[in-house]
Design a protein around this ligand. Structure first.
Ligand code: PGA
Length: 258
């Protein structure tokens, strides 16, 4: 594997200020910068982003926001812009998570706008996509994720594409304890990469495609051994320093052996 793996934690609506900072400090001491060869990202809630970025200073830990508004400023009550996220120390922004699509009604068109705004601000988007159980059972998985991918990347140039990370997260595997098998995940990842190659040529070989959905210390190894799985987006197992660190170390070992 030539792509440097990315292990990202999505904290969702968890970890108030004190807990978020102490987690970051503990993770920082568990990961020595000289030894870590994978990218490590944590995704806290908006109000604690700044404090977590400060706690992560001098470490390998980078910070992601879980959402963004595509506008730069204006009458958008409750929203936050890319520039504001950058200012408080974010490097990445998670976009189009299935919880945002399903609970908050985000459309492909809105996600496309967000992705473009994030890239224009010099931040790195993690674009989430995935199928429902009904879509998988109806044989629509590749069509569904393919449509989500083309819609979100509609206006992205090959040069910009190099900064995009894709996260394949089957909805039926999120928070359910039910993971896609490594073969099921690889099949979708390979499909996504071939679609990226059609669109962006060789740049597709440098783009990272993460898997997400009940990733744990016990299944990361077989997932990350797949040729097109370049890391993971992790919810539940990213909330404990021990399990998150084990996942990072396992990904790192597999990467170094490859
Ligand atoms: P999970 O969540 O690891 O708890 O399944 C993944 C995600 O929602 O990104």
């Amino acid at each position: 594997m030539t792509r440097r793996p990315l292990i990202a934690g999505n904290w969702k609506l968890h970890k108030p200020l004190g807990e978020a900072v102490s987690f970051t400090q503990e993770l920082k001491s568990a990961l020595s910068p000289e030894e870590v060869v994978v990218d490590v990202v944590v995704g806290p809630t908006y109000p604690v982003l700044h404090a977590v970025s400060q706690a992560a200073e001098g470490s390998v830990i980078q910070v992601a926001a879980q959402n963004v508004n595509p506008n730069e400023s204006g009458a958008f009550t409750g929203e936050v812009s890319s520039a504001m996220l950058k200012e408080v120390g974010c490097s990445y922004v998670i976009i189009g998570h299935s919880e945002r699509r399903q609970i908050f009604g985000e459309t492909d068109a809105f996600i496309e706008e967000k992705l473009q705004a994030v890239l224009n601000a010099g931040l790195l988007p993690i674009l989430c996509l995935g199928e429902t159980l009904e879509e998988r059972e109806a044989g629509q998985t590749t069509a569904r994720v393919g449509d989500q991918l083309s819609a979100a990347l509609a206006n992205v140039s090959a040069e910009q594409a190099a900064n995009v990370t894709v996260a394949y997260e089957p909805i039926w595997a999120i928070g359910t304890g039910r993971t896609a098998s490594p073969e099921q995940a690889q099949e979708v990842h390979a499909h996504l990469r071939s679609q990226l190659a059609e669109r962006f040529g060789d740049v597709a070989n440098d783009m990272r495609i993460l898997y997400g959905g009940s990733v744990k210390p016990t299944n990361i190894e077989e997932l990350i051994q797949q040729p097109d799985i370049d890391g993971a987006l992790i919810g539940g197992a990213s909330l404990k320093v021990d399990s998150f660190t084990t996942i990072i170390q396992t990904a790192q070992r597999v990467f170094q052996q490859s």
